[in-house]
Design a protein around this ligand. Structure first.
Ligand SMILES: Cc1cc2nc3c(=O)[nH]c(=O)nc-3n(C[C@H](O)[C@H](O)[C@H](O)COP(=O)(O)OP(=O)(O)OC[C@H]3O[C@@H](n4cnc5c(N)ncnc54)[C@H](O)[C@@H]3O)c2cc1C
Length: 167
């Protein structure tokens, strides 16, 4: 097994699509603050929603820089059950960076809620006016994104130019 870095956009988006939560890191002065959140993703933009107030909103009002990480297909594997250093976590992981923009437009907020719901359900949803007005919608156009697969089988990506072995 090895760790590989992926560069193919479809593969990276497929990994994001499989995640059920993300971890959102912001910069509170000189201290990081990281929260689990639900999300949506479409066309290089991460969508988040929250209450209009709270610590993380106060932080973002001072510094819009954000880092979001995703991980899926996490599986503990080992070569020998008695040997601790033979244990590995297989996983696919994505890290994305950008700047949060708060969306104020009513129709675009509704669109963003639909994108978030599409991450979790195939159903169509309707939202009341107050529900849309009272929710804070965050849009994060992705400036930089990286993706690593931990515990990839040796042969799987042989000859695939969109994959680089990292260690
Ligand atoms: C799986 C999961 C998904 C979530 N999805 C969303 C989402 O989509 N949108 C959303 O708004 N919130 C979501 N939450 C809650 C989110 O993690 C925050 O708790 C919430 O956004 C409030 O953050 P805040 O900084 O405004 O909290 P505040 O209430 O202002 O924070 C006060 C203090 O509470 C503590 N605190 C806050 N959140 C957490 C936490 N999650 N765990 C431990 N301590 C905490 C911190 O010490 C903070 O200083 C989710 C939580 C989980 C576990």
């Amino acid at each position: 097994m090895k760790t590989v870095q992926h560069f193919d956009k479809d593969r990276i988006e497929g990994i994001i699509r499989k995640c059920d939560i993300c971890f959102v890191g912001v910069v509170d002065g000189d201290m990081p603050y990281v929260l689990p959140m639900n999300f949506g993703y479409k066309d290089n933009v991460i969508y988040l929603h929250s209450a209009p107030e709270g610590r993380i909103i106060d932080i973002l009002n001072k510094n819009r820089n954000i880092c979001v990480s995703f991980s899926t297909d996490n599986e503990l594997v080992f070569q020998h059950p008695e040997v601790a250093c033979s244990y590995r976590m297989k996983s696919k992981s994505v890290v994305a960076w950008g700047k949060v923009q708060f969306q104020e437009d009513f129709e675009r907020k509704e669109e963003a809620l639909n994108i978030i719901m599409q991450q979790y359900s195939d159903k169509e949803f309707k939202y009341s006016g107050p529900a849309i007005r009272n929710v804070k919608i965050w849009e994060i156009p992705v400036d930089k994104i990286t993706c690593k697969e931990f515990g990839a089988p040796h042969e799987k990506y042989q000859g695939d130019d969109s994959v680089k072995r990292t260690f």
